[in-house]
Design a binder for this molecule. Sequence first.
Ligand SMILES: O=C(O)CCC(=O)C(=O)O
Ligand SMILES: [Fe+2]
Length: 221
Amino acid sequence: MRELELPKVDLSGLDLTCLNQKTWAKARADIDDALKHFGAFEVVYDEVGSELRGGLFGQAVPDLFAVPDIEKLISASEVPSHELGTKVVLPSHKDPNYISIISQHNIGGLEIETSNGEWISTNPIKNSFTVLIGEAFMAWTNGRFQAPRHRVKMDRSKERYSVVFSTIPSFSNDVINPPKELVDEEHPLLFKSFKYYDYVNFRFSDEGERHNDALKFYCDA
Ligand SMILES: O=C(O)CCC(=O)C(=O)O
Ligand SMILES: [Fe+2]
């Protein structure tokens, strides 16, 4: 059986000052298709060069983990030898935010769940990032795009770094409401408008953690 793969969208060389070019129209259509089907895609972007990545993973991230308090956290999670082997180290979840752009270094392990419950392994290459949408963006699109569940599975004896760039609403203007163009008879409103940070507080509360679909419970229309 062929292994499932996330769709790849190549944005290398696209001119950011000229968004009405044909190449952008194709990129937008590819992204729209990927987000409708998977809520995620692999973006190839050569402009983030190996030097920048090298600086991030070769220096900035290890330096961060060398800070004493962070080191304590790492050693607290050192793995007993009987638990070695490939395991889920970050349980399946949806991100609450708009968009996560994830860069994995050397050791992959991020997996995305499809709508029929299959898991897709990501295969990050040197010039790619995994992009996935969160619950706030799903609500803003009135469910046109689904926020995918994802998890990290890896051999726990290895050292893995990943960096997540996350887009979130501003503190002063955090009400999530779909634009009126995305709500009509065929697409009735799915989520009542909600304040993002109130939802995040609920999501990570004991009660919120008990719900498999916290967003639906919190603001189902
Ligand atoms: O480490 C990764 O690849 C993913 C991390 C993640 O899903 C998260 O921080 O929400
Ligand atoms: Fe996540």
